[in-house]
Design a protein around this ligand. Structure first.
Ligand code: GLC
Ligand code: GLC
Length: 810
């Protein structure tokens, strides 16, 4: 069952009932100011950091769900409704929500009044614009009371939801005409405030939640909305809010718009006040003047549309397969932008108060983003590298505002350092910008210890190489990619962190997964050394890699698949010797992607085992059989009930690894079959079971052992980036290399042809792939601008050039 449809021409997903199985959200903003908005107008806003600069409140475990948001109320002669249905939940005569590229439009109609609420974050500005357009579709004049409403967060979202003994006394606001200023803590150390404004004179306003909602009222039926007016309340402490009220009349057929804005303003310390205690509003006034008219708002909307048009034009697919085209050309890339910006911080499942930017997460997010805005990828790589320690290990997370590592989590996740090589190599393949390797980068944010980025990569490599265990495989530390496989933790106290309890490293527990990474990304490192003429270093790196590869093929091999790890006692994990957890997905994907066991047949065998033991119609589960009891020696993975999350859920992130691995072995049919299983557009018809948005990936889908089906944790997942890498490079075969673009597809034999437009190092390649013999892999001929070339590596074109490429498979 569907709850809407794709509108490919407008690049929107159109939701046609507010009663989606879960709130289906969109992200507004792609620079500094961000808002989350659901299909019923729920959500919140923040500036840069969802924890430290939260503008509005959101309650995650509330019932009813999704009550806090960007609210508009209409009181039409006692009938109270919202354009997006929530929170009043008055039945509407019609409803649609259009989620587009950086904007959302909620349209509701009730008793002949149509209301459209258009939300977006303009390019280059720190605000959200909400334009409300009302239309009287009847033959009689209509008088309405219209209200806006947001609830301010007292900036630090963590403190805001816990430190009530202080926070009930600190709230402060100012009101000047239609502008409501939220200035809590501005009197002391903050130099930022929020402004919630409207472009027309208000009839009344409120800034106290008690006054607007009523002490025992709430957003579903605020007292002020019921009464038909606000009481011009000024909040002192308690809960500051912003609410505007307009009493207005619409003639028959008349349309009226009101533009609301929610802005974030920072003042230089010396310019904080215009008079004692009165905030300096100059910057806010200038912001409001930029969006005072419909023409200005239209222009800002157009600028946003042009921006996305330009961004997406760099990678476009026409394959005749509608679902594939819309995922590749639009939604998958859109999600990659969001994961690049958010890492795992703020979604409807990530509260924004817990994890900041993840080291491994952000490195992987880059893989799907680097082609869109390489300059931002460059900046991000340097930021991430600056959180690395001098020994090559790294903080697991850092806070986006301060860019400092989070010491409560610390380091010791032994896969982290290798992801830095992965994303830097991807950046170099995309851009050819070798200067990045010379950039001086701090260690642990200490600039006095800065070294060129290349030295960071060297230490990443060495950190793995010098932390090998008894079997010659890399030590796992607190965890590798799988945060929940905690082999050195041994926690028996409820509530303890599985990741940070126990030593950061044991001398025995080893990871076959990191071994696969070391082979794959170690080789990429060695190629960088080649390029820099570091011949000896390249050779000794390859010797080290070969040894780990051998250990993987022997100690890491279980007979029909790769083992997962060895625990702190040296016992295998992910082996037929185990009673549960006999086979895991991660090492099969990573080791085969690394090419391990390709010659020996072990790679083929491993993928066969995946298909036999882990496959389901909706994706490949993480392990089998699921753990049914808690295991002290394995940690969090066995804390989840069977079928959920890392305990045998379909963890979408590593499904593309299997698809990539199949492509490495030339199995185009199987690679695409695996791709389709988790691809949201292909799951749209079962939205009532899948439950999350049909336009983006979710972190996980319940596995076959789980009693309740469905996906969870949509949006912020490494699945977005890895799927884009998979479909664009491994399957469709458009592969950036250090020396230029290579075209080497591995596709389902049924795909007869497709065309890709790919911007690469400033040139635009128009690539047509023909598959006349219905093969899965193999290139017979390539022509560039009509002339045949040898091999599959396209000659590098100059920036600005258009290149016509025809690839014939066979
Ligand atoms: C979460 C984490 C990611 C980790 C994965 C598997 O998605 O953000 O870092 O690799 O879970 O545990
Ligand atoms: C939990 C989740 C896992 C995530 C981790 C981050 O363990 O199950 O997916 O990566 O938290 O710390």
């Amino acid at each position: 069952m569907r709850f809407g449809h794709f509108d490919d021409a407008r690049r929107e997903y159109v939701i046609t009932t507010p009663r989606t199985p879960l709130p289906w959200i969109n992200y507004l903003g792609s620079e500094d100011f961000f808002s989350l908005v659901s299909n019923t107008g729920g959500g919140y806003s923040f500036y840069r950091d969802a924890r430290l600069r939260r503008l509005t409140r959101y309650r995650y475990n509330n019932s009813p769900l999704d009550m806090d948001g960007h609210r508009i109320y209409i009181n039409d002669g006692g009938t109270i409704w919202n354009p997006g249905w929530q929170p009043a939940k008055t039945e509407l005569d019609s409803y649609t929500c259009r989620h587009g590229l950086g904007y959302t439009i909620l349209q509701g109609e009730k008793n002949g009044i149509a209301a459209a609420q258009e939300l977006f974050v303009p390019r280059g500005d720190a605000c959200e614009i909400d334009r409300l357009t009302l239309e009287n579709k009847t033959a009689a004049p209509r008088t309405l009371d219209v209200f806006s409403y947001v609830e301010f967060c007292l900036w630090d979202a963590m403190d805001d939801s816990s430190n009530f003994q202080r926070n009930f006394s600190t709230g402060e606001v100012e009101v000047v005409e239609s502008a409501i200023y939220h200035k809590t803590e501005y009197r002391e150390r903050r130099d930022h405030y929020a402004v919630f404004w409207a472009n027309a004179p208000v009839t009344s306003f409120d800034t106290s939640r008690d006054a607007f909602c009523g002490v025992y009222g709430g957003p579903a039926a605020p007292e002020a909305v019921k009464a038909g007016h606000c009481s011009n309340s000024i909040a002192h402490g308690w809960a500051p809010v912003g609410a505007h009220h307009f009493h207005l009349t619409l003639a028959p057929g008349e349309k009226k718009s009101i533009i609301f804005g929610l802005g974030y303003i920072e003042n230089p310390v010396g310019e904080k006040f215009s008079a004692p205690g009165i905030i300096n509003k100059a910057r806010a006034e200038a912001m409001m003047a930029r969006y005072a008219t419909d023409a200005q708002v239209d222009a800002a909307r157009r600028a946003l549309a042009d921006y996305w048009q330009e961004l997406l034009s760099g990678w476009q697919l026409t394959s005749g397969e509608e679902k594939l085209d819309r995922m590749v050309s639009l939604w998958n890339q859109y999600q990659c932008m969001v994961t690049f910006n958010m890492s795992r911080s703020a979604s409807y499942y990530e509260s924004g108060t817990g994890r900041g930017m993840g080291f491994r997460d952000s490195c992987q997010d880059l893989l799907g983003f680097v082609h869109m805005i390489p300059s931002r990828a460059r900046e991000r790589i340097l930021d991430i590298a600056a959180t690395q320690f001098a020994d090559g290990s790294s903080y697991h997370q850092y806070q986006p505002l301060t860019k400092k590592g989070n010491s409560d989590v610390g380091s010791g996740f032994n896969d982290d350092p290798l992801w830095l090589i992965a994303c830097t190599a991807a950046y170099l393949r995309e851009t050819g910008d070798w200067s990045i390797l010379d950039e001086p980068v701090a260690f642990d944010n200490d600039v006095t210890r800065a070294q060129p980025l290349m030295e960071h990569l060297r230490r990443s490599f060495r950190n793995t190489h010098t932390h090998l265990g008894p079997l010659g495989l890399p030590l796992i530390g607190r965890a590798d990619w799988n945060d929940c496989l905690n082999l050195n933790c041994f926690s028996s106290e409820p509530g303890e962190s599985f990741q940070t309890t126990g030593p950061s490293e044991g001398p025995v527990a080893e990871s076959v997964f990191i071994a696969g990474m070391f082979v794959k990304y170690g080789r990429e490192y060695a190629e960088l050394c080649d390029h820099l003429h570091l011949t000896e270093e390249a050779a000794s790196a390859r010797t080290a890699i070969d040894a780990v590869e051998q250990a993987t093929l022997t100690a890491g091999w279980d007979g029909a698949w790769f083992r997962r790890a060895y625990d702190a006692f040296g016992a295998p994990v992910g082996s037929r010797e185990c009673d549960e957890g006999q086979i895991f997905i991660e090492p099969q994907g990573m080791c085969v992607m690394a090419g391990i066991g390709r010659e020996t047949g072990q790679a083929e065998a491993a993928l066969k085992s995946v298909e036999e033991r882990l496959d389901t119609p909706y994706g490949v589960v993480l392990l089998q059989p699921a753990y049914t009891t808690y295991r002290l020696n394995l940690g969090e993975i066995s804390s989840y009930p069977p079928g959920y999350k890392e305990n045998a859920g379909i963890f979408c992130h590593n499904n593309p690894w299997i698809s990539c691995a199949e492509a490495v072995l030339g199995h185009g049919d199987r690679a695409f079959a695996v791709y389709k299983k988790t691809c949201p557009a292909y799951l749209e018809e079962i939205s009532e079971i899948h439950r999350t948005e049909p336009y983006v990936y979710s972190q996980m889908v319940a596995g076959r052992d789980a009693p309740t089906f469905g996906a969870k944790n949509s949006w912020l997942t490494g699945t977005a980036a890895w799927t884009f890498v998979n479909i664009s490079q491994y399957i469709l075969g458009i592969q950036p290399t250090l020396d230029g673009l290579r075209v080497d597809p591995c596709i389902p034999h049924t795909l007869a042809s497709y065309a890709v437009t790919r911007r690469y190092r400033g040139a635009v390649y128009h690539i047509r792939v023909e598959n006349p013999h219905a093969v899965q892999k193999g290139v017979q001929s390539v022509t560039v601008n009509g002339a045949p070339i040898a091999g599959t590596l396209l000659p590098l074109a100059k920036a600005g050039e258009n290149v016509e490429v025809v690839v014939t498979m066979g």
